[in-house]
Design a protein. Structure first.
Lengths: 418, 155
């Protein structure tokens, strides 16, 4: 975070009270209190989410949009209310612009498979960045191979910031049809200048899609203010359940896109000669959806809003910057990624030990980090590391947990040398 | 000795820091690349036959954790001079060391007594199921090289 955009810490952010909402945080691992620093991979779940999902199954569960009976109506109401919650959460103009998916991966694949096949041809260009998760690379490679389009990559500098001049160069000839980038890098924490990048894309006639997985749980997201065309995120990274996520797209785009998968729920009428489809978002939602999970995601977003997104951002920034400071002081530790605007992710290597060995050793001290390539091979290549250890923070983490991480690294030095 | 110290024994740390036969064999008779998609570790194993049915030289290159590097390093030392058949039987012994809770060095065929003793330092991975693949990747890659396959993977 640059000094001028550093959010103000709220004195009344009660992290201990928040932690009590997350039952798993009370457990021990190898006899030590759990220090969970892997929220970037998947966030833990508050009681409010667990309870909401249990309540649906115990009290109102039924299939949605089907029956005329009481439960079907009640469950449909909850399911659609969750869609409205998602719309409000990212300030989408209409709930009908929210498509349920299994997660961000499916959302990206959906856009590639529907909008992409209908709109991309030979000679067209799709633009992504070096910082992308594999889920925002591979769907476009598949589309490229199918359509003869070109896939171009915006480079990043040594700090891990995207090269906007190079980006402008990729847009200049007007062949770019879509730019799809992450909002926050999952591997090194860079926050991309989405608003500016979207404006640049639109100036050259390209659409703009954002993978918001690492942003939605951590900061306020306003798709209208960002000026983007598609935005997606995963439920399980926003303190909600697995198997659910959301895609937002501008209504006119969704309406013009062909369906994704075929099946029940997405059709208006079916004969053996021809089927007609429902309007968006339902035409993209074939089959019985993840009903309980959708309600759980709604509860998770309500929880985030109740804590307060500015407060969460301020708290997490405080903890993550403390982690950068403390880790940088550990002999042999190198932090990968020094973007001025950065999220609550700190990726590092240690001269003495491979990240995998670091992960194993500190695990025995109860500290959970991700060790590996973070599904971002190109980032690892760019910074010439095979892998990193990554501490990623959530709304429940504390500075004292950073201290536990640093203490645990001492054991690594004890074994591998200082 | 706690489980971590058992895993990261001095022998392993030494092979991890100073891997033996860490080089290419330019005129290799067989070579294969192994990767562990889970962690991104990669190993490239080279095999040179001695013309009499034996392994004249075995070497490797790659980037990985202490466990995979040490395992590859020790493997190259143990395989040199062995016949192909012996090498494959030795792989079985190694696999048992890494995965079989009931493994007893005394049950090992006499021909491998010394090797089993040396491999015993790898037994620590049994307590770390997520790390067994780190130890076995170089051996799977070696087997792929023998079989004329270009690649091996842990998945």
């Amino acid at each position: 975070m640059s000094p001028d955009s550093t959010p103000t810490l709220r004195p009344n952010y009660d992290v201990l009270a928040i932690r009590r909402d997350f039952p798993i945080l009370a457990r021990e691992v190898f006899g030590k209190p759990l220090v969970y620093l892997d929220t970037g991979a998947s966030a833990q779940k508050p009681r409010q989410v667990i309870r909401a999902m249990t309540e649906v199954m115990e009290e109102t569960y039924s299939n949605v949009h089907r029956g005329v009976h009481f439960l079907s109506q009640a469950c449909t109401d909850q399911f659609e209310a969750a869609r409205e919650t998602v719309a409000r959460f990212i300030n989408a103009p209409e709930a009908d612009e929210i498509v349920w998916t299994r997660g961000a991966t499916e959302a990206l694949n959906l856009v590639a498979a529907t909008w992409g096949r209908a709109n991309v041809g030979p000679g067209d260009r799709i633009v992504i960045s070096t910082l992308e998760h594999h889920s925002n690379i591979v769907p476009w490679q598949l589309l490229r191979d199918e359509t003869g389009a070109e896939l171009a990559v915006i480079p990043v500098d040594d700090a891990g910031e995207v090269d906007l001049d190079a980006y402008a160069g990729l847009l200049a000839d007007g062949r770019a049809k879509l730019v799809s980038v992450t909002h926050v890098s999952n591997s090194i924490g860079t926050v991309l200048p989405i608003r500016e990048m979207a404006r640049m894309a639109h100036d050259k006639g390209a659409l703009f899609m954002v993978d918001g997985c690492q942003a939605a749980p951590h900061m306020a997201v306003d798709v209208q203010a960002l000026g983007v065309d598609f935005y997606c995120f995963s439920g399980h990274k926003t303190y909600g359940p697995t198997g659910i996520g959301a895609l937002w797209g501008r209504k006119a785009l969704l309406d013009a896109m062909p369906p994704y998968q075929g099946g029940g729920e997405m059709i208006a009428h079916v004969t053996f000669e021809k089927s007609t489809f429902k309007a968006a978002p339902h035409k993209f939602e074939a089959g019985t959806p993840a009903i309980v999970e959708a309600v759980g995601l709604g509860a998770a977003l309500d929880y985030i809003e109740a804590v307060g997104r500015d407060a969460i951002l301020a708290h997490e920034t405080d903890v993550a910057e403390y982690a950068r400071e403390r880790l940088a002081a550990v002999p042999g530790v190198r932090i990968v990624g020094h973007a001025r605007e950065r999220g609550a992710i700190v990726s590092f290597t240690m001269d003495q030990a491979h990240p995998h060995d670091i992960g194993t050793i500190i695990d025995r001290a109860g500290v959970a980090v991700r060790a590996g390539h973070h599904c971002a091979f190109p980032v690892m290549e760019r910074f010439d590391v095979g892998a990193t250890a990554r501490a990623s923070f959530g709304l429940y983490n504390m500075k004292s947990e950073v201290d536990r991480l640093v203490e645990a690294l001492d054991e690594v030095a004890e074994i591998f040398g200082r | 000795m706690n489980e971590l110290r058992e895993l990261y024994q001095e022998v392993i740390l030494d092979h991890g820091r100073n891997p033996r036969n860490f080089r290419r064999i330019e005129d290799a008779d067989g070579e294969a690349k192994g990767d562990n998609p889970l962690c991104g570790d990669r190993v490239h194993v080279f095999v040179k036959l001695d013309g009499a049915g034996g392994l004249g030289d075995v070497a490797f290159q790659g980037r990985g954790c202490a466990i995979s590097t040490a395992s590859a390093s020790m493997m190259t030392e143990l395989l040199k001079g062995r016949s192909e058949a012996e090498a494959r039987r030795l792989f079985d012994v190694f696999h048992a060391v890494c995965t079989d809770e009931a493994f007893d060095p005394l049950d090992v065929p006499e021909e491998f007594e010394d090797e089993a003793d040396r491999l015993q330092v790898m037994a620590g991975v049994r307590q770390f199921p997520m790390r067994v693949k780190c130890a076995t990747l170089p051996w799977h890659t070696f087997a792929a090289a023998l079989d004329g396959k270009a690649t091996a993977t842990t998945e």
